[in-house]
Design a protein around this ligand. Structure first.
Ligand SMILES: C[S@@+](CC[C@H](N)C(=O)[O-])C[C@H]1O[C@@H](n2cnc3c(N)ncnc32)[C@H](O)[C@@H]1O
Length: 355
């Protein structure tokens, strides 16, 4: 019988790495508390502060704040000055932790793993039975966390880089075209475009009622309700407005029948119109995606994207790491002839698709 030889250095390295992963989960809870309680905001721009002062500024109980500060200092999120027993939030970390308008604001993203844990019983059942879990069956923190996470990237790139990377589209938006945002979620992508292009009209569609209601509230808050309308509709039969631009922001791979959605896009697109397909960054082969970004997307895809596509019948379950070859094939089957990579960020890839 073969005896297994354990490499103790490898064992120790891997065990430490997994402890680091568990620690990250604990830190996420601290980040959420710090954000919701205003602890980061209380420290922003204030220089070194004692625990008593942070607690006073945030209106929280000092003993809890003291322990939280130590947890955050141990995580490297806050600086600690031993001589004065004070804590400091640097301007760079404040952009990530305290500024809701920053394109790298992170606290809302922790809603997603929180919902993934909360919904674990559903995932266990899905694995055992093969049944799907629709987007709306998840804990509400899922859709809020995803919307907030993607909003950062859209704010940083959509108007400044992605739209200009599509041939002729900015000129069309400036002169005025109807635009469809399919699977618009909370409407952040739609609203950014509506704010930038006042001559165009924007239509956001989604099957998830709470998301559409949130998108309508966001449109009112942004004062663009006149040119940005949101309604409940499916990707395969939303109303035909002869769109100059049809967008899929991180949605196509979630659909149970992406080919049918692409066929509908082909039907409702005006002559000369463009499909903008925004998808998670991925290569065609599994080994291309074994990266930290792939780690995040494959895990999310396991319980969200695949589960939703299966809940819609799962004719083609692409998953969040579909890769360009399979995405291009979807549009080829729907009658499109041009499929081009137009832009890329560390998390997303943007394709320009034309008939
Ligand atoms: C990952 S979220 C992306 C939301 C939004 N586009 C964003 O980037 O924040 C996928 C969205 O697709 C919507 N969706 C799923 N199936 C759909 C369908 N068949 N028709 C329209 N929307 C759908 C979900 O409700 C969800 O809002």
């Amino acid at each position: 019988m073969e005896t297994l030889t354990i490499d103790h250095a490898k064992l120790e390295a891997f065990a430490m790495r997994t402890i680091g992963d568990v620690t990250a989960g604990y830190t996420g809870v601290m980040v959420s508390l710090g954000s919701k309680l205003g602890l980061y905001r209380a420290m922003t721009g204030a220089g070194p502060l004692s625990a008593k002062e942070v607690a006073r500024r945030a209106g929280c109980a000092e003993r809890y704040v003291q322990e939280w500060l130590n947890a955050q200092a141990a995580a490297g999120y806050l600086g600690y000055h031993a001589l004065s027993d004070t804590y400091e939030l640097s301007p760079e970390h404040a952009l990530v932790l305290a500024d809701d308008d920053s394109p790298c604001f992170i606290p809302h993203a922790w809603n997603v793993p929180a919902a993934m844990w909360f919904d674990e019983p559903k995932a266990l059942e899905s694995f055992r039975t093969g049944r799907g879990v629709a987007w709306g069956e998840h804990d509400a923190r899922m859709s809020c966390g995803v919307a907030a996470f993607y909003r950062n990237g859209y704010r940083a790139s959509l108007v400044a880089q992605w739209l200009p990377a599509l041939e002729g589209v900015v000129a069309q938006l400036e002169s005025g075209i109807p635009v469809a945002d399919v699977g618009c979620g909370h409407g952040h992508s739609t609203l950014l475009m509506a704010q930038a292009f006042p001559n165009s009209r924007f239509f956001g569609f989604d099957t998830h009622r709470p998301s559409i209601l949130e998108a309508q509230r966001n449109a009112q808050a942004a004062a663009v309700s006149q040119r940005a309308a949101f309604s409940i509709a499916r990707a395969v039969d939303y109303p035909d407005e002869r769109y100059g631009l049809v967008c899929f922001f991180d949605t196509l791979h979630d659909l149970g029948d992406p080919v049918a959605a692409a066929q509908h896009a082909a039907r409702v697109l005006a002559p000369g119109g463009t499909v903008m397909l925004v998808e998670p960054l991925a290569g065609d082969r599994t080994e291309h995606n074994l990266t930290p970004v792939g780690q995040l997307y494959y895990a999310g895809s396991t319980v969200m994207c695949c589960a939703h596509a299966i809940s819609e019948g799962g004719k083609l379950v692409l998953g969040a790491q579909a890769g360009p070859r399979r995405l291009a094939e979807v549009f080829r089957k729907a009658g499109f002839t041009q499929f081009r990579r137009a832009a890329e960020t560390p998390f997303n890839v943007v394709y320009e698709v034309r008939r």
